[in-house]
Design a binder for this molecule. Structure first.
Ligand SMILES: Cc1cc2nc3c(=O)[nH]c(=O)nc-3n(C[C@H](O)[C@H](O)[C@H](O)COP(=O)(O)OP(=O)(O)OC[C@H]3O[C@@H](n4cnc5c(N)ncnc54)[C@H](O)[C@@H]3O)c2cc1C
Ligand code: SF4
Ligand code: SF4
Ligand code: SF4
Length: 372
């Protein structure tokens, strides 16, 4: 008797992910596929999902389907590996320790989105040769960011976008606006012991690859996860619409950050600044549509997660999740690179509740979107 097992492949990704408008454009499928058989799929346009380049060469192996962050085929396996039982009952994932932290390095603090902890930690790991490189995101041009391999402090500072000849306002906006596909960079890496910084959807894809033991995930030693409620899409037209809707001039913007909502600091005169808070539910027109279908806020599969929510201005909230993540973070604190604030049980409980609240909101948003 011949048993036919039907394997879902790239054709099914087109039907179930691309055609529903929920492709993250993370490049995970392309990166894996090119590593086994080049030229089958790829990004043909500057934005939009990947497409078949040569369908006849597709092996129908199905790996692209399994590792896609929108199919959730490996959720059960990952949940076991990363030590938490049930996504809905524990929306913030497995935590070893929670910190509120600030870097001791003035430059990283100045250029950091929050407490400058991510870059400071990466710098410590590079200096101590615990990692050989880190994949971060660098501002390429106005409204365009690309993945970049940082090998030292200068590379890390450059990746903050501050050294580029761009208006400060543009740098601020694009911290959160364009999605950066890091996988393409992975193919170019010729060394191991790599850290990668990514949003929850990116880290999920990497963990799927690692779970299956497939290339090019073998070089990644540490997954640094950023919290992410949503990611924005701003081109010229959207920027103009945004300015009009919220009565903000981007040329007056001093700083943009995301915590409970979108926080915009606007300079009104030499002596007067104004802080504007825009709730997430007012930002649907500017959000990448694929983000509606995402239910992970705190980056539950990362080794360590970082975000601004739960911390005061210029501090970062940190959750260590894996044994490796916890050991590395403790080492950096002991070395005096990072400065944690002392947290009592009441404060810890409040932080967890706040993170849970936003995580549940995101789970609900996905449910509503998928059922509408
Ligand atoms: C798109 C996006 C959405 C976010 N949403 C939230 C949110 O809703 N709530 C919240 O609390 N926090 C959110 N964060 C996280 C927060 O903005 C800070 O990045 C985090 O707190 C770390 O701050 P830091 O000062 O410690 O990091 P820094 O020291 O400033 O270092 C940040 C590092 O991350 C790298 N990086 C940034 N984006 C990417 C990327 N996409 N891919 C690869 N590398 C990247 C930078 O190049 C830099 O090396 C978001 C971040 C991003 C990028
Ligand atoms: S060869 Fe495999 S990974 Fe590549 S597109 Fe076909 S099914 Fe997907
Ligand atoms: S793996 Fe990433 S790029 Fe490929 S279909 Fe899924 S979301 Fe889109
Ligand atoms: S909201 Fe989800 S899909 Fe959108 S960028 Fe963040 S992690 Fe990725």
């Amino acid at each position: 008797m011949v048993i036919q097992v039907s394997v879902k492949s790239f054709k099914d990704l087109i039907k179930e992910v691309h055609n529903k408008g929920i492709c993250q454009e993370c490049g995970g499928c392309v990166s894996f596929c090119n590593a086994i058989e080049s030229g089958v799929i790829g990004f043909k346009k500057s934005s939009g999902p990947p497409e078949f380049i040569n369908e006849d060469n597709c092996l129908e192996c199905g790996i692209c389907y399994i590792i896609c962050p929108q199919t959730h085929v490996l959720d059960d396996e990952l949940n076991k590996t990363y030590n938490f039982a049930d996504f809905s009952s524990m929306p913030i994932g497995h935590i070893r320790n929670i910190y509120i932290c600030q870097t001791n390095d003035e430059e990283f603090l100045k250029y950091g989105t929050d407490g400058g902890i991510v870059n400071s930690l990466l710098n410590f790991l590079l200096e101590k040769k615990i990692i050989n490189g880190a994949i971060v995101a660098k501002t390429k041009a106005a409204f365009s960011r690309e993945a970049n391999i940082a090998k030292n402090k200068e590379d890390l500072i450059n990746s903050s976008g501050v050294k580029l000849d761009l208006h400060h306002q543009v740098t601020e906006i694009q911290k959160f606006h364009t999605y950066t596909s890091s996988f393409e960079k992975l193919k170019q890496v010729r060394f191991d012991k790599l850290a990668i910084v990514g949003t929850p959807c990116q880290i999920y894809t990497i963990r799927c690859m690692q779970e299956l033991g497939i290339i090019p995930s073998q070089n990644i030693d540490l997954c640094i996860g950023l919290f992410c409620y949503e990611n924005f899409f701003f081109d010229k037209a959207k920027s103009e619409q945004f300015e009009k809707e919220f009565n903000i001039k981007f040329e007056e913007v001093e700083k943009i950050n995301i915590k409970e909502d979108l926080i915009i600091n606007v300079k009104k005169s030499n002596i007067k600044s104004e802080t504007i808070h825009i709730p997430f539910d007012k930002l649907n027109n500017y959000m990448r549509s694929a983000c509606n279908a995402c239910n992970d806020f705190t980056n539950i599969y990362a080794d360590i997660s970082f975000g601004g929510l739960g911390s005061p201005d210029k501090f970062t909230t940190v959750m260590t999740r894996t044994k490796k993540g916890d050991e590395i973070f403790t080492k950096a604190i002991k070395a005096g690179v990072l400065n944690p604030v002392e947290l009592d049980n009441k404060r810890l409980k409040e932080i967890k509740e706040l993170l849970s609240k936003f995580s549940k909101q995101k789970i609900m948003r996905k449910e509503v979107f998928m059922n509408h």
